[in-house]
Design a protein around this ligand. Structure first.
Ligand code: SF4
Length: 326
């Protein structure tokens, strides 16, 4: 592990037993995140982005389970630490912002008290008054006008954008080393979305937090991320610097995903879509999971899972087209 590698996820597998069989939600997810870096996790709904985030926090809900892999945070395997240690890490070292802030905030507690509570849980030496004061300061940092008055409000009294700012304040007030944001702006309108993303970028620089940003919006990714990892059917199929991946995608799935953006499509032209459907996850993949939809599939693609091949600097692709000598 290099010194500045904060999070190192290796061969992570998550399963959910159901009445119809076991869903193999993650099938060997591997990626790294450096200190202060923003990594975007991209892919269609159901590809495993949110499950990956929950697994990092060890919050995969029962009866789901992490069946294999390693999650190294500053070199420490999160899958090997006790639940008490994990509780300490959550909120203080690793925080998570969810898609719908009003669902995550407690409806019967004033928002200032909720931000202060995050501090009190992780710092037993802090007085209630000092925590309340720091909560107001944090709300002010988030650009909330009249933060003292807003701190006394309940979540239902806030707009969606304001509630998301409160949520971000709550997650950043402990200055975590890693912030996971799962579609943090998808419930907001475009103007507020841009404001929140700008704010997150500025705060991230100030607090020196690494950000794992989950989004299906490739525009948001291009604006916000340093590197990107593209997921398909529970695996990372391509990862690398955001400009390289978005400008010169090498995996057929990433290439298809980028073509679905309706940039220069004439009004009378049909929009592009990737043919076929995402595979059922009831069976673990024995070959490349994208093979049934891939126009460049070869016989070997159905026989074994492609490993990640390294291309130019820090660019990796799980596709046999990039095997040495292919
Ligand atoms: Fe297509 Fe084969 Fe590459 Fe999979 S491994 S993306 S099927 S060419």
């Amino acid at each position: 592990m290099t010194d500045d590698l904060l999070l190192d996820v290796q061969d992570l597998r998550v399963e959910f037993p159901t009445l119809r069989g076991t869903i193999h939600a993650l099938q060997g997810v591997t990626f790294g995140l450096h200190r202060c870096e923003t990594l975007g996790l991209a892919g269609e709904t159901g590809c495993g982005k949110s499950v990956t985030a929950l697994a990092i926090l060890r919050l995969v809900s029962h009866p789901g389970r992490i069946s294999r892999g390693k999650i190294l945070f500053e070199g420490r395997d999160l899958l090997a630490v006790s639940e008490a240690e994990m509780r300490d890490l959550r909120g203080s070292q690793i925080s998570m912002i969810l898609q719908e802030p009003k669902m995550s905030l407690n409806p019967v507690i004033r928002v200032g008290a909720q931000v202060a509570e995050t501090l009190l849980v992780h710092d037993k030496t802090l007085s209630r008054r000092a925590a309340a004061e720091r909560a107001v300061e944090m709300l002010a940092t988030l650009g909330i006008p009249d933060p003292r008055r807003v701190a006394r409000r309940y979540p239902h009294e806030l707009s969606g954008g304001m509630a998301q700012r409160v949520m971000i304040a709550m997650m950043l007030v402990t200055r975590p080393k890693l912030l996971i944001a799962d579609e943090p702006t998808s419930a907001l309108d475009v103007t507020i979305q841009a404001q929140i993303l700008e704010l997150m970028k500025a705060l991230k620089r100030e607090i020196r937090t690494a950000l794992l940003l989950i989004t299906h919006d490739l525009g948001v990714m291009a604006e916000t991320c340093d590197r990107v990892a593209v997921m398909y059917a529970g695996s990372v199929v391509e990862q690398g610097p955001v400009r390289t991946v978005l400008k010169r995608p090498q995996h057929p799935y990433t290439q298809g995903l980028l073509k679905t953006i309706p940039n220069d499509v004439a009004p009378d032209q049909p929009l592009f879509s990737i043919r076929g459907q995402v595979p059922s996850l009831l069976q673990p993949s024995i070959g490349c999971a994208f093979a049934p939809r891939c126009e460049r599939a070869m016989p070997e693609c159905a026989a074994k899972v492609p490993p990640q091949y390294g291309l130019e600097a820090d660019h990796h692709v799980a596709c046999f087209l990039h095997a040495p000598g292919a």
